[in-house]
Ligand binder design. Sequence first.
Ligand code: HEM
Length: 469
Amino acid sequence: MSQLNNHMSWWLEVSNNTEQKVAVFIVSTLILAIVWYKSTLPSSSNGAPPLPPGPRSLPIVGSLPFLGRDLHKQFTNMAHTYGPIFKLKLGNKLHIVINTPELAKVVLRDQDETFANRKLTVAASIITYGGQDIVFSENNVCWRNLQGKYGHLEAELSEMSININEIFGRANLSDFFPILKWFDFQGVKRDMKKQLQKFDQIMDKIIEDRVASNSDALHNGIEDHGGKKDFLQILLDLKNKEDAKPLHITQIKALILDIMAAGTETTSTLIEWTGAEIMRNHNVMKRVQKELEEVVGLNNMVEESHLLKLEYLDAVIKETHRLHVVVPFLIPRSPSKACVVGGHTIPKGSIVLLNAWAIHRDPNYWDNPLEFNPDRFLTYQLDMKKWDYKGNATMNYFPFGSGRRLCAGLPLAEKMQMLILASLFHSFNWGLPEGEELDLSERFGFTIKKRNPLIAVPSQRLTDVSLYM
Ligand code: HEM
């Protein structure tokens, strides 16, 4: 106590003297400035390689105040200043941005297992029942085994899906300052809970009805669902399986929500961009329709069996995925242990963004990258591997991610996008409304959408009107 009094009396003496007050203020400010400056320098203590370079950040808020509206463009510009891998402190969270195929390969392929986890944001935690889905689950063998069984579920709840993606896309202060989680200043928690409540009501009713009709069928000796099972039935059957890891109803709901949130808006965004590019490029439109005429014929509707033969349309869609990558930073990864990428330490738990938008438009890897040119996907690459969506042939191109956290819906998405676009451009001719100009400006969010929705006017293309009935 007497020691404390000594300290206090020193402080009282000092604070009685104005000159000394100013001196104390200056010295304190200098000390703070030095501490802050040192904290922003790359650290190379304990012999580990330094952190990646990056902009100096302010105390507490980091670089948050300097973020603009179009983060994909801002981060791409920053890569020109800081190099292919840079760091950024947002609030108290360290973010690492990767901007070249070589480094993306290190993260997505070479150190795939370390980078197979994701950080659960506040919004994600609510809508996934605390991470019980695929997207935000830890690198989880149970879900891995389930993948590949997508296929039959119809996208029913599309408005909710749009809302959920919009809330995901909001920069939530509570994710950068976990201490603020309880206050929910921006209403992210509140809005997501509302969506979850709606979803729960709908899904509980659907599942209840199905369980009741299953038990009726069982009662009447019908067990095989007429030889056809939809996605919900497959999951319910898994729930009842007596193996080591049966599914809970909550996991089933989380999985269905993944399909809705991760599957519908992404696909519709891609369809809209492709439609806009085809309409903007008259020659592309002509080639797409000519191919459809040859493969399908004007007296037929498009069927699944035609899809593999539509090579030009496939190239048009691939080119759209390149130029208008739907999920610009993939779904951020978070390493489970400290590791080294491109000669820099990536600390455990940091948030890693893979800048696919920059890589897909990098002139070092693409000729005339801003030109919409589907022909580049018709050619085989140097090593004679055909372009695919998984980043197998080259890491210049990975619109669905790569490695063990690759998009789980890729086989379904690939078929859906082909079938929808083939049907739209085979059955109809499309034009813009009178006086309307095609606009390709972007709106950044979790997905990059068209800023203004595409409005197109269809007219009959097939000769036989009965095909439309
Ligand atoms: C054009 C359509 C789509 C695009 C562009 C797209 C893109 C992506 C991307 C970039 C990722 C992150 C991959 C990574 O981090 O490496 C992802 C993950 C995921 N996608 Fe898709 N996706 C699409 C359609 C779908 C569909 C139709 C479904 C479901 C039916 C789906 C379900 C998922 C799931 C569950 C994950 C998480 C996988 C995991 O974490 O293991 N996606 N998607």
